[in-house]
Ligand binder design. Structure first.
Ligand code: FPP
Length: 282
């Protein structure tokens, strides 16, 4: 685990990192980075200061995830609903994103990170869109972690886009009349096609909701909600989230191994009368 090289020989971070099972690092972590505004408010600062502090944390989480061997990291940077915010805040977010893309390219290259985006990015202000495409192109051959930025993203839009793509392709192929859609066809047309599904979904600042994020892909993700505000979500917090994830027993709708073993040894299935007795207690 490369991260250990970056840590001081003693201290909490090293202790947490050493407690991790390197064989069970989540392949894909998705994060709803919430709480920038509250972070700023608590300090009597403008909301912009919270977003700026949030970008610093993006930097450090990206590097740490890459050093931990995470294969994909999806960050919810701007939702399709965020356009409803005041114009000045939206403009500031675009400026910050552009600044991040421009200044982070070197670091992404050094860490062999590939940047990609998810969302209706064509609707971004042209200068942000161009910067995004240019960093995507420049890092497209990198073979390390994929940093997937969800920008102008809505999971419902994503599903609508996927279904429309399937219909268009069938129309072109002349097979629309007999079209039958299955899960695989949808998965292959999502913005995240080719990435593993998120194993761990982190939401900062305590809200218990999904906010139209990766609705299809998180079907079996483990959820981790922390009260920590995004600009305070430091390395220690990230390591705690992954440690918590490693304690979970993932069942994907099945049974834990021991219980499955016992269930398979169960005697004869119950006769109908006994099922009825259970369903309608006398
Ligand atoms: C939520 O905080 C955060 C956002 C809407 C934007 C997240 C953006 C960044 C961290 C910066 C840009 C991202 C990148 C990848 C460079 P909030 O404003 O909703 O906080 P609040 O709920 O406390 O008001």
């Amino acid at each position: 685990m490369k991260l250990l090289e970056a840590l001081s020989p003693d201290g909490k971070e090293r202790e947490l990192a050493l407690a991790l099972d390197p064989a069970r690092i989540p392949a894909h972590i998705a994060i709803i980075m919430d709480g920038n505004g509250r972070w700023a408010k608590r300090r009597g600062l403008p909301r912009f200061a919270g977003h700026r502090a949030g970008v610093q944390m993006v930097r450090s989480v990206v590097e740490d995830c890459s050093r931990l061997g995470v294969r994909a990291l999806t960050l919810y940077a701007f939702s399709a609903e965020n356009w409803k915010r005041p114009r000045t805040e939206v403009d500031m977010l675009w400026r910050l994103l552009r600044f991040y893309l421009r200044h982070e390219l070197q670091d992404l290259q050094r860490n062999n990170i590939r940047l990609q985006s998810s969302g209706r990015v064509e609707a971004l202000p042209p200068r942000v869109y161009e910067e995004l495409r240019s960093v995507e192109r420049a890092t497209s051959r990198n073979t390390g972690m994929c940093l997937n930025l969800a920008i102008n993203y809505s999971a419902r839009n994503e599903l609508v886009d996927a279904v429309n793509a399937i219909i268009d392709e069938a129309r072109i192929a002349g097979s629309l009349a007999g079209l039958v859609v299955d899960e695989e066809m949808i998965s292959r047309r999502l913005y995240t096609a080719g990435l593993p599904e998120p194993d761990l979904l982190i939401r900062t600042s305590g809200e218990m909701r999904i906010s139209n994020f990766l609705l299809w892909q998180i079907a079996y993700a483990e959820l981790y909600v922390t009260d920590t505000l995004w600009p305070d979500f430091n390395r220690e917090e990230l390591l705690r989230a992954i440690l918590d994830f490693q304690k979970r027993e993932r069942r994907f709708g099945g049974l834990p191994e021991a219980a499955a073993e016992m269930a398979s040894q169960d005697e004869e299935p119950l006769p109908d009368e006994e099922i009825q007795e259970i369903a309608v207690p006398q």
